[in-house]
Design a binder for this molecule. Sequence first.
Ligand SMILES: Cc1ncc(COP(=O)(O)O)c(C=O)c1O
Length: 383
Amino acid sequence: MKKETLAVHAGFEQDAATGAVMPPIYQVSTYAQSAPGEHLGYEYSRTDNPTRTPLQDAIAELESAKHGLVFSSGLAAIDAVLNLLKSGDHVVACDDLYGGTGRLFSQVATNRGLEFTFADLTSEESLRAAMQPNTKLVWLESPTNPMLRVVDIAKVAKIAKSVSGAGVLVAVDNTFMSPMLQQPLGLGADIVMHSVTKYINGHSDVVMGALAINDDALHERLKFLQNSIGGVPAPMDCFLVLRGIRTLALRMAQHDRNGSAVAAFLSSHPKVEAVVYPGLVSHPDHALALRQQSGFGGMVSFYVRGDLNAAKRFLSGLRIFKIAESLGGVESLIEHPAIMTHASVPPERRLQLGILDNLIRISCGIEHSDDLIADLERGLQLV
Ligand SMILES: Cc1ncc(COP(=O)(O)O)c(C=O)c1O
C-alpha cells in the first residue's frame, strides 16, 4: 500500500461485532473472566485495552515495524527505553535534543546510575570518541531540535554496532518527520520513538508517546516495562490519535509545502539573519536530508536580525502564529527556544549549539502559505 492508503487503513478495518469503521472507545479498566485465567485476551487496561491495540498496530504499520507500543507521553516512551538499561550502563546521545529529553537523561536517569555522553552525531569522529566499552544505547533525533541538523542514521547504526557489537541499541526520535517522511528501522535503528503529541496526532489535543520495534524479544521486554511502569494512555486518547492518523499523509504533505514556502520567504528577507531548514540548498545537511527523508517537514528555525528585544517585537506582531511550545499540530505555532522549549538546557550549551536570543522556531501548520507569510511579514516589520 502507498503511505496515503496505509494512513487511512492502518491498524483497524472494522469492528467484528457491528461493522463500525472506527474502534469503539472501550472506556473500561477491567474485563470479566469466565473462570480464573480464562478471558478473551484482555484482563486489565494497564496491560492491554481494545482501543489501544489498533492504535499500536497502526503505529507499527506506519513505521513498517512488527510491533508498536504507546505510552502516556513521549517522555514516558523514552523512559521505558531507558529502563532497558541498568546502573553503570552508558548512553551516547546527540547533543541537540529536545530539552525535556536532555533533562530526563541528565537530571533523572543519572540518579539511577546511567551515564551519558552528549555528542555531535553528525560527526563520525565525535560519535567514535563518545562510544565506551559500557555503551548500551545510542539515542538520536533527526532532524535535531531546534537546530535541524540531519544525522546519518544508517551511518550511526553501522558505526555503533561495529564499535560496540550488535547488542548496542540505536534509538531514533522520529517526531519531527513522522513515519510519513522517514522510517529509521529500515536504516538500521532498533527502536523508533515518537512524541505522538506532535504530528501523529496532529490536533494539539492529546499528549502521548510511541515506540516501534521489529525485534520480538525487545518488544516483549518493552511491553513488560509498559505494563510494569504503567505510563499508558487512556482509551479516549487512543481513539483520538487513531482518528488523527487517518489524515497524517495529507497533513504531512501540507506541513512540508508550508515549511518550504516559509523557509524560502524568510531566506530572502532583509530582517532575517539566517534560516535553518534542511530543504534549503544552503543547509549543511541538505544532500543527506534529500537521501534519508522523503520530505523536509514543517519545522523551520531562523535568526531575526537583532537581539532578544527584536525577537520579542517580532513575536508580538503575529496574529496567525500562536506563541506556544509544542509542534506538529494543524495550527501554526512559533516559539523562542532559549526562553521556552530549551530553557532547561544550560546557557553555555545553548550558546555552543547556536540557540541564541534571536533564534525563533516555527512549526508550520496546514493553513495557506500566503497567510502564513503575510503574518511573518507583519512581525518582521516590527524588528
Ligand atoms: C522531538 C521531541 N521528542 C520528545 C518530546 C517529548 O514528548 P512529550 O511532550 O509527548 O512527552 C518532544 C516534546 O516536545 C519533542 O519535541
